[in-house]
Design a protein around this ligand. Structure first.
Ligand code: PMP
Length: 435
């Protein structure tokens, strides 16, 4: 862009201006075509410009675009809540809509705390999370996030919460499919609860399948179940942040569905609105919601929550996923893409690991595959590779090495409609960028 821009986000660096997007493709105003290889930030799960979703939004727009939740219920929000309750574990019958991931996490922490206070356990306030992790940008969600450049400037406005290591078996040289590995990392949660004092611990939050912070981390055998058991043992609530892993991208509606583990509270967003509308939800078990509602209500809310236009979009997104068997496709195409990415390890010694589930996939660059030592930060492989892929017309999502403790990793997460020929297209562009 040549004219002065008045926009700013994290930095004032400029990207091409988007003109149009359809399916897995996007075009800028100069006519250059890109493959949306990361679905934005793992958002546009069903691809762009779905006629079904656009039509549903158009129909809703003609009826009403907003009804304040304290004045009206709306049909789309009722229908979407019913559908979501069916897709989540038994007993999680109440859905609280929000407009994004941070709001969903924030709502999860607050209902957990209000529940504890309601049942006379107000000594419980600490929420243990993992490192690395990202749970959102608002002060509450940020307190659970483990990246100091993001958190430090805001202390003491927020209190950083206790952390345990994420189960990165590949870094510690442990076998992913060995139950001893899962038990090893879960024991760290138990140790942390005991160290903090169980009577002070409110909840544990983690991503069932990791997103951007860990690069599609898949938990080791037994970890999910062991974490659930430890939370039960100490009366600690289990929160699943499914903002990125939820919505079908891993091949199941929730990442945790792969292990059949039900948490107490779930946060979803991103693929739930799938880029059509800002939409998220916090879903809690009835045993948490009911006492809170009985005691006078949940003291929390956002003005745009559950607005009918966003809910109509969300409903149509779920219908489209079903109609197009997209979760099945995410599982199948995900396996294909993962094996193609895995094959790159023969060609490039600097790819240290390929991981993920369904179409939530990542690869990690390292200096040495044996030690998994990250590439030197100064090499700036992070922005370099993203830029080269961009020039090829492939958008991938990256996370840079932090102080040499984590590798540069790259998420390859195209929409759930991606087919085998498009996997070929992605691989040609990616190989060219890696070369
Ligand atoms: N949790 C996770 C796991 C996320 O990946 C993100 C966004 N990257 C968030 C929460 C926050 O979501 P939002 O940016 O929509 O507020």
């Amino acid at each position: 862009m040549t004219t002065k821009s008045h926009l700013f986000y994290q930095t004032d660096s400029r990207r091409p201006v988007l003109a149009e997007a359809r399916g897995i493709y996007m075009w800028d105003v100069d006519g250059k075509r890109y493959i949306d290889g990361s679905s934005g930030a793992m958002v546009s799960n069903i691809g762009h410009s779905s006629p079904r979703v656009l039509e549903a939004m158009r129909r809703q727009m003609e009826k009403s675009t907003f009804g304040y939740r304290l004045h009206f219920e709306t049909e789309p929000s009722e229908m979407l809540a019913t559908k979501v309750a069916k897709l989540t574990p038994d007993g999680m019958e109440k859905v609280f809509f929000v407009s994004g991931g941070s709001e969903a996490v924030e709502s999860a922490i607050k209902i957990a705390r209000q529940y504890a206070v309601t049942i006379g356990q107000s000594s419980r306030w600490k929420v243990i999370s993992r490192t690395p992790s990202y749970h959102g940008s608002t002060l509450g969600a940020l307190a659970l996030t483990s990246y100091t450049p993001l958190t430090l400037p805001f202390e003491p406005m927020m209190q950083v919460m206790p952390k345990i290591p994420a189960p990165r078996a590949y870094l510690d040289g442990l076998e992913l499919d060995d139950p001893a590995t899962g038990a090893h990392y879960a024991a760290m949660l138990e140790a942390k609860i005991l160290e903090e004092g169980p009577e002070t611990v409110l909840a544990f939050i983690h991503e069932p399948v990791g997103g951007a912070s860990t690069g599609a981390l898949v938990p080791p055998e037994g970890y999910m179940q062991a974490v659930r058991a430890i939370c039960n043992r100490y009366g600690v609530l289990l929160i699943h942040d499914e903002v990125m892993s939820g919505g079908g991208r891993t091949g199941r509606f929730l990442g945790a569905d792969h292990w059949g583990v039900a948490p107490d509270i779930i946060a979803i967003s991103k693929g739930f609105g799938a880029g059509y509308a800002p939409l998220g939800a916090m879903i809690a078990h009835d045993r948490i919601v009911d006492p809170v509602l009985k005691a006078g209500g949940f003291m929390h809310g956002h003005t745009y929550a559950g607005n009918p236009l966003a809910c109509a979009a969300g409903l149509a997104v779920l219908e489209e996923i079903e109609a197009g068997a997209m979760m099945e496709n995410a599982a199948e195409t995900g396996d294909l893409l993962k094996s193609r990415l895995g094959a790159l390890m023969q060609r490039y010694p600097f790819i240290g690991d390929v991981r993920g589930k369904g179409l939530l996939l990542a690869f990690e660059l390292v200096e040495d595959r044996q030690t998994m030592r990250p590439l030197p930060k100064a090499l700036n492989a992070y922005s370099e590779l993203v830029e080269l892929a961009y020039q090829e017309g492939l958008i991938i999502y990256s996370r840079r090495t932090r102080d040499g403790t984590e590798g540069d990793h790259f998420l390859v997460c195209p929409p759930m409609i991606t087919n085998a020929e498009q996997v070929d297209e992605i691989m040609v562009m990616l190989t060219s960028a890696l070369d």
